[in-house]
Design a binder for this molecule. Structure first.
Ligand SMILES: Cc1cc2nc3c(=O)[nH]c(=O)nc-3n(C[C@H](O)[C@H](O)[C@H](O)COP(=O)(O)OP(=O)(O)OC[C@H]3O[C@@H](n4cnc5c(N)ncnc54)[C@H](O)[C@@H]3O)c2cc1C
Length: 448
């Protein structure tokens, strides 16, 4: 006999778990199905393990900065297996936390690979489960480029489980995952090359910010090779040999592809059920997250709007409230703040300068490059860069961008200001907290 639920959720990642809890809180009977680990990409192979590794990578700089403050640090020894074991232990704890959260919310958890049989039926193995509504929250997966020898390279999924830290690593990609891993491996001591086909990295970000970061990373020692790609990969007796697009070769111990992620829609039975997919396999949904089959919904990376955890969480809450609550919640895709946990960090909210101009604004630009107080003694040559993009006619602040320590922490607060429609005059009448980096955002007066 098959069970029946108000909502069957496929995928217990960021979006699926949040939608399940919210739906159950509003009285719905909910089943969630997960084929691997609870918590999805963010917990197991994304935000959390990445940030833990990024913290580890910062220590190398911190040890050398400490000398300027009177410390005589002993030569520090780094053990990759110890870091990976500590990270795995924390993730196992978080997997348990997710199981408890679901249990306490009254959501039923089923393990296995789910397939949609029809508009109201999901199958796990031979089991048929009936659902009034089905939610696809299956996330995305990393892609390797179609080059000979690509199977010799790894993706970010594998990077979290390497047995040893490579001496030399080549990372292919220009997006935030490529940039973050370049900083992580370099910070931990690997000889790191970051390569991308285009002229600039982080193309979705303000150009000045991306350029400042590229210079800062290069100054720290990351070898950055723009306008270049890998033609083929081969293994010789002691390393990997990458033949590059200009015909030269590079010998490394590891090649990591961070060349994009695609929605996870294979082997889900979506097309047979009549669900329309976009060119890259994303589930096409309307503004209520409803697919072309009215009882089947989708949220998160699988709809490919903004592949970020807070976006998936908010979409899950909005949908659950729409289906089982008062329908008051909304997801706004404007002024979504983001961070890149590169070294130094990037934080950004709103429009970059070019984006603002392309959107029809006449802009006033405020920029500042300076040495953080900490580095007056540390001897570290790192500079902090900040930029504000303002609509010249209305004085409304369109974008706030930073490349420097804890940029994500700084920008989160400015995202609230932008959502409140802050003007540059509001920034100007706000007093700074002295001495901080963030105070620079309220003291920039001359436009460039
Ligand atoms: C290396 C990396 C770093 C990242 N860093 C950040 C960051 O710093 N900040 C940020 O906001 N975002 C970050 N992201 C993005 C973030 O992880 C995703 O946007 C977020 O996890 C998407 O949530 P989701 O619910 O859509 O999918 P996911 O969290 O991926 O969950 C999907 C779940 O569905 C399961 N599943 C798939 N198919 C089936 C099936 N047929 N049956 C049953 N279960 C199935 C999967 O096993 C998975 O658990 C990062 C991503 C990566 C890869």
């Amino acid at each position: 006999m098959s069970e029946s639920y108000d909502l069957v959720v496929i995928g217990a990642g960021s979006g699926g778990v949040r939608a399940s809890r919210f739906a159950a809180d509003r009285g719905a009977s909910v089943l969630i199905i997960e084929s691997t680990y609870l918590g999805g990409t963010c917990i197991n192979a994304g935000c959390i393990p990445k940030k833990l590794l990024s913290y580890a990578a910062h220590y190398r700089n911190d040890f050398s900065d400490a000398e300027g403050f009177g410390y005589d640090p002993h030569p520090a020894t780094f053990r990759w297996p110890r870091l990976i074991a500590a990270k795995d232990k924390e993730i196992a704890r978080l997997n348990e936390v997710y199981a408890r959260i679901l249990r306490e919310a009254g959501v039923t958890l089923m393990r296995g690979h789910a397939r949609i049989a029809d508009a109201h039926t999901v199958m796990v193995g031979k089991e048929h489960i009936k659902a009034r509504s089905i939610l696809v929250a299956t996330g995305s997966r990393a892609l390797k480029p179609p080059i000979p020898g690509a199977e010799l390279g790894i993706t970010s999924d594998d990077a979290f489980h390497l047995e040893t830290l490579p001496d030399r690593i080549l990372i292919l990609g220009a997006g935030y995952i490529a940039v973050e891993f370049a900083s992580i491996f370099h910070g931990l001591g690997a000889n790191t090359t970051l390569m991308f086909r285009g002229e600039a990295m982080l193309r979705a970000f303000d150009h000045d910010i991306a350029c400042h970061l590229a210079e800062a990373m290069a100054e720290k020692g990351v070898v950055i090779k723009p306008s270049m790609s890998i033609a083929r990969l081969a293994r010789n007796s002691h390393c990997l040999e990458a033949t590059l697009s200009d015909g030269s070769t590079l010998m490394v111990d590891c090649v990591m592809f961070a060349t994009g992620r695609v929605p996870n829609t294979i082997d889900l039975g979506l097309e047979q059920a009549g669900v329309e997919l976009g060119i890259n396999g994303a589930v096409k949904v309307n503004d209520r997250y409803q697919s072309s089959v009215p009882s089947i919904y989708a949220i998160g990376d699988v709809i490919d709007r903004m592949q970020l955890t807070p976006v998936a969480l908010r979409e899950g809450m909005t949908l659950a409230d729409e289906l089982f609550g008062e329908g008051l919640l909304k997801t706004s895709y404007e002024n979504v703040p983001t961070a890149v946990f590169s070294h130094p960090n990037v934080g950004s909210v709103g429009l970059g300068e070019k984006q603002a101009i392309m959107a029809g604004h006449t802009v006033r630009i405020f920029k500042s490059t300076f040495t953080a107080l900490r580095h007056t003694l540390s001897g570290n040559s790192e500079k902090t860069f900040m930029k504000i993009v303002v609509d010249a006619i209305s004085d409304v602040v369109l974008g706030v961008h930073m490349c420097g320590p804890d940029a994500g922490e700084v920008i989160q607060g400015f995202a609230v200001a932008l959502n409140c429609g802050a003007r540059k005059s509001d920034f100007d009448r706000t007093l700074g907290i002295h001495p901080t980096l963030a105070e620079e955002f309220v003291t920039m007066r001359a436009s460039n």
